[in-house]
Design a protein around this ligand. Structure first.
Ligand code: ATP
Ligand code: MG
Length: 226
């Protein structure tokens, strides 16, 4: 649901522009998801995003697509994605939705379509002050959505071992949300940053990249099962 399409490029190994006209936006507009799904591996499918996903609010509130076509919107503006995904929900063990960095229609749609939310916390003051608002949005999604949306946990990430302020924020968040924080803290690593360059398929340092995420995955699955 991020119109920057970075995850789409990373997983598909193609520019996100390749998917213009065949993305999650069209899946929502035509309420038809299967024809827009792109298989990535045997057990992973992708519903791609492009820059045009940023026109979602315009379509919802004016009934015009980005091409100027008239396509009247009916229903609840926050439940479009949920409605679309309901067509394939039963066919997947997990549907993971990437959210954009700001609170927008894309974000509320992602939250309302979700059972669980993993909140990412980057140790900075801006992220710290934004957190209560984001938690409120999850509460609203619980109220307005159909999936009893819950916070599964807060993942502290991009933490810098050499900086004291990182540690201070990480401790603060643990004091504020003792039950929510995951024990695993993802520290900043050049090899993780380089995934954007090398991708997943022919990346010689992938084992090293995934190390920290394995611990997070264990915690995540433990909470999902409980
Ligand atoms: N160098 C790095 N070291 C450790 N983790 C990283 C690094 N780069 C990215 N990550 C991890 O990947 C996640 C996604 O990184 P990305 O750069 O796509 O930021 P983002 O939080 O998704 O930004 P945006 O809000 O713009 O989408 C980060 O939150 C972090 O967990
Ligand atoms: Mg992102």
């Amino acid at each position: 649901m991020d119109s920057q399409g970075n995850l789409t490029e990373l997983l598909s190994e193609q520019p996100s522009n390749e998917f213009i006209g065949r993305s999650v936006l069209e899946a929502m507009q035509y309420n038809d998801v299967k024809r827009y799904i792109v298989p990535v591996t045997e057990n992973l499918d992708l519903l791609p995003a492009t820059n045009f996903l940023a026109t979602l609010p315009r379509w919802i509130y004016t009934g015009k697509t980005y091409e100027g076509e008239s396509l009247p919107f009916k229903g609840n503006p926050s439940l479009v994605l949920d409605q679309t995904l309901s067509l394939v929900r039963s066919q997947y063990d997990f549907i993971v939705i990437d959210t954009p960095p700001a609170l927008s229609e894309q974000t509320t749609n992602a939250l309302c379509a979700s059972n669980y939310v993993v909140v990412l916390f980057e140790s900075s003051n801006w992220c710290y002050s934004a957190l209560p608002n984001f938690m409120d949005s999850i509460e609203s999604a619980k109220e307005y959505g159909k999936h009893n949306t819950k916070v599964l946990g807060i993942l502290r990430t991009l933490s810098d071992k050499r900086r004291n302020d990182s540690k201070a924020f990480n401790d603060l968040i643990e004091e504020d949300y003792p039950n929510e924080v995951f024990k695993t803290i993802i520290t900043r690593k050049a090899s993780i940053g380089r995934v954007a360059l090398y991708g997943f398929t022919e990346n010689g340092e992938l084992r090293q990249v995934l190390q920290q995420y394995r611990n997070f995955y264990e915690e995540l699955m433990h909470r999902v099962k409980n």
